[in-house]
Design a protein around this ligand. Structure first.
Ligand SMILES: *Cc1c(COP(=O)(O)O)cnc(C)c1O
Length: 465
């Protein structure tokens, strides 16, 4: 299997190279050259498989020749061994025809673990084969950083440096990062905002000599392997509800469009997915696009669902490329002008294709709080603010005869203040995190300048060599 860039000007790469590279050289995102698909009998044969084995089956065509099927299966088993639910991604019914799939049973209590735990295994395996080492550098406003740290902690061939805006993440989120004390983990508290952190990471990657010297690598949500690792849970849910003979629909609380893109990919591979519903908070660029072909950037506003506070959904470019019939030149042109003008000109025909499959619903904070409370009153189910938005979108677009599965992307204990405000209940942290508030923290405070961050990265890598 080879991967091509959505902008058409970067070399085609294998799975392992795409894993280590992340963003394509031409600024585009990698996609498989052709979409693998499964036949009716192949889908049927996957029913009832334990989750790690199902994940390995789905990933096999994407990995191609790079990793043997046996090794891939053992990496999947190790990736999901630490999850605290035997089903890994359990399904619960909350209303007539409306189900929740919980993706938060991994170590950091958010769905990022689903992909990141497997990425940690894949990185370690590929780097051992190449006898190489990389330094993962990333910026986080919360969930991504802790998931990356958990996936990389204690691994010999990986150093991980995560920048977070000092005093601007929630205490749970900060402690999930800063209480990891393995020597290959470095937390930098940047004296600035999340945008400053992102700009600093970009400037490190743009400095080619530094990037080569430190073997920098990224695990942000544009990494193709993360999308691939998110496809299996959609398959798991659909098979549970009678696929391939029965259709299902999905509702997904969406930020960077990575999670829902995996659902779209599952459909592309032949899974009978009827409808895809995007849930947004007041940062509603995707809902505006889906309802009225209005993809216009606005400034980011804080909300109760911070992991969806985005201005631009970076993975949308992958869908755009497909909507344009894989015309890389048109895709590059539209993306460049979007960056320049803040408005994306999607041709009417492409928009109609998206509109036929996707729907969008946006909830402001008051509506999110009402959804958390209403759902809890009626069904007893406690959904965090992100998950509640997905559930509301699922209810809005549910059709009779087609099970609607809403993705629950975070454990409610990750957002205790929002839960108390909506329901009066403070959800307890799971046992493995029960002492989080009393653990020792370690991080370095660093000014928001590229030189200071480069020095800190260099020191981290040297001390870990
Ligand atoms: C990252 C995240 C999202 C958004 O997922 P995307 O793949 O960026 O669309 C939603 N909810 C939670 C809890 C998250 O951590």
């Amino acid at each position: 299997m080879r991967y091509i860039s959505t902008r058409g000007k970067a070399p085609a790469l294998s799975f392992s190279d795409v894993l280590l590279t992340g963003l394509a050289e031409d600024g585009g995102l990698y996609l498989p050259e052709t979409w693998p698909s499964f036949s009716l009998s192949e889908w049927q044969a996957m029913r009832g498989l334990p989750y790690p084995e199902l994940a390995a089956r789905i990933m096999t065509p994407f990995v191609g020749e790079d990793i043997t099927p046996d090794t891939l299966r053992s990496l999947c088993e190790k990736a999901y061994a630490g999850f605290d639910h035997p089903a890994i991604v359990p399904l619960t019914q909350v209303e007539d025809g409306l189900f929740v799939q919980e993706l938060f049973h991994g170590p950091t209590l958010a769905f990022k673990d689903m992909a990141m735990q497997l990425l940690g295994q894949l990185f370690e395996h590929v780097l051992a084969e190449r006898n190489s080492h990389v330094t993962i550098v990333g910026a986080t406003s919360g969930d991504t950083g802790s998931a990356a740290i958990e996936a990389c902690r204690g691994r010999d061939r990986l150093s991980v440096v995560i920048l977070h805006p000092k005093d601007r993440t929630s205490e749970v989120q900060r402690r999930q990062m800063t209480t990891v004390l393995e020597p290959n983990v470095t937390n930098l508290a940047i004296e600035g905002t999340f945008d400053d952190c992102q700009d600093l990471v970009k400037s490190l990657f743009a400095d080619m000599p530094f990037r080569k010297e430190m073997h920098l690598s990224a695990v942000n949500s544009i990494n193709w392997a993360r999308i691939a690792a998110q496809i299996p849970y959609y398959v798991y849910a659909a098979l549970n509800f009678g696929a391939p003979e029965q259709e299902v629909s999905f509702a997904v609380p969406t930020g960077n469009f990575g999670n829902i893109l995996a659902a779209w990919a599952a459909r592309k591979m032949g899974l009978p997915v009827r409808h895809l519903c995007v849930g947004s908070n007041r940062n509603d660029i995707l809902t505006r696009f889906l309802n009225a072909n209005d993809m216009t950037m606005k400034s980011v506003m804080p909300s109760l669902s911070p992991s969806m506070d985005i201005q631009v959904s970076s993975n949308f470019e992958r869908l755009l490329f497909e909507l344009l019939g894989r015309d890389a030149e048109a895709c590059a042109r539209i993306m460049t002008s979007f960056r320049a003008t803040g408005h994306m000109d999607v041709p009417a025909e492409a928009w109609e294709t998206a509109h036929a499959l996707f729907s969008g619903l946006a909830l402001d904070d008051a509506a999110t709080e009402a959804e958390i409370k209403g759902l809890h009153d009626r069904s007893g189910y406690l959904a965090d603010p992100h998950s509640a938005i997905g559930i509301a979108a699922g209810r809005r677009f549910r059709e009779s005869g087609v099970p609607m599965v809403a993705m629950a992307t975070a454990h409610p204990a990750k957002f205790p203040d929002a839960m108390v405000a909506a329901t009066g209940i403070r959800p307890a942290l799971p046992a493995h995190l029960a002492d989080l508030y009393s653990r020792e923290e370690r991080y370095r405070t660093v000014p928001a300048t590229a030189d200071a961050v480069k020095d800190a990265v260099r020191a981290a890598v040297l001390s870990n060599a």
